[in-house]
Design a protein around this ligand. Structure first.
Ligand SMILES: [Zn+2]
Length: 319
């Protein structure tokens, strides 16, 4: 699909060659002069602020830096010809972290900086944050409770007690652009900033298809019944480990009745959605620039997603 708006995180993900065949020998790569390491500290990543725009704060993977990491660095893959690693330095206190990595660099949260980074950097950071975040909360075996240790370049952990293998997880979340003729279904949660309206979303459950999850979540949250569902595009969202599955869905009913999870839900006409996206709506504010919700809404306003115009096929799926 060729939409004019690139999807942050997902669109540039292909820039990283994961080089999975090199994972077993990643310790050798880490010792090479070309190796680069991205430090992370308390769920923030090192960002280089010395240039005209922020960029990832890659450092040469020298032995002292590697030795100071909490565990063996994770091998992310090859990018621009160099082996890329990430590692955790959360054990340092705030002053220690600033002293070690400061001078034009700062630890920043991905949410605050993703929109400013080059697309390839944002995609790399989503991978780095996702996989390291998994290590931080999985030090013990889920089966027997004994400590586990990383292996295969940090892409799995092995239990020191029972030997069970554990792999980084990704939690699928459906996010749906539900339309009814010229209207889209928008909702807001109580905890969101005032005026912000976005698409419905929810975690998939075991045994569900994507289509079932879209229908269930839409019905639960708004009492709207959904017919056809089409998958459009996906976006990794490492807060902490989601994969957003962007779908278009056709509403079969109009009457909204909201669930306790939702503060408000409404049908907004296409013309007003365009106004909202442009930042000029008097009541409603748009989802953040790098969110797939905004991307889906933009594509729908442009007529690139929506009601199939040919019997039996969606114009998007046919491309
Ligand atoms: Zn175990």
């Amino acid at each position: 699909m060729s939409l004019s708006h690139p999807l942050t995180f997902a669109a540039a993900g292909a820039a990283l060659d994961r080089a999975t065949h090199l994972r077993p020998d990643s310790a050798g790569l880490l010792a090479g002069a070309e190796a680069r390491l991205l430090p992370q500290w308390r769920e923030k990543a090192l960002i280089d602020l010395s240039g005209p725009r922020p960029a990832l704060g890659w450092l040469p993977a020298d032995p002292a830096l590697v030795a100071a990491a909490a565990e063996a660095p994770v091998f992310l893959g090859l990018y621009q010809g160099a082996p890329r690693f990430t590692a955790d330095y959360s054990a340092l206190d705030e002053d220690g972290a600033a002293a070690r990595f400061g001078a034009g660099r700062k630890f920043l949260d991905l949410r605050s900086v993703a929109g400013e980074l080059p697309l390839a950097d944002a995609a790399l950071l989503a991978t780095a944050k996702g996989v390291l975040g998994w290590h931080l909360i999985h030090p013990f075996c889920a089966r027997c409770g004994q400590p586990s240790t990383p292996e295969d370049g940090g892409w799995r952990r092995r239990c020191t007690g029972c030997g069970a293998l554990h792999f980084p997880r990704t939690d699928p979340v459906v996010i749906m652009l539900v339309t009814r003729a010229e209207n889209v279904l928008l909702a807001r949660q109580r905890i969101w900033p005032p005026g912000l309206y976005s698409l419905l979303a929810g975690f998939m459950e075991p045994g569900e298809t994507i289509e079932d999850a879209v229908r269930r979540e839409t019905l639960e949250e708004t009492a709207i019944r959904v017919g056809r569902v089409r998958f459009i595009a996906s976006q990794p969202w490492p807060f902490p480990a989601s994969l957003m599955l962007g779908c278009w869905a056709e509403a079969l009913t109009d009457e909204i009745s909201i669930d306790a999870e939702i503060e408000d839900a409404l049908w907004l006409p296409r013309r007003q959605v365009a106004q909202l996206l442009a930042g000029g709506h008097p009541r409603f504010a748009s989802p953040r620039r790098d969110a797939i919700a905004r991307w889906l809404m933009t594509a729908w306003v442009a007529g690139e997603i929506g009601e199939p115009t040919i019997a039996g096929g969606n114009p998007v799926a046919a491309r």
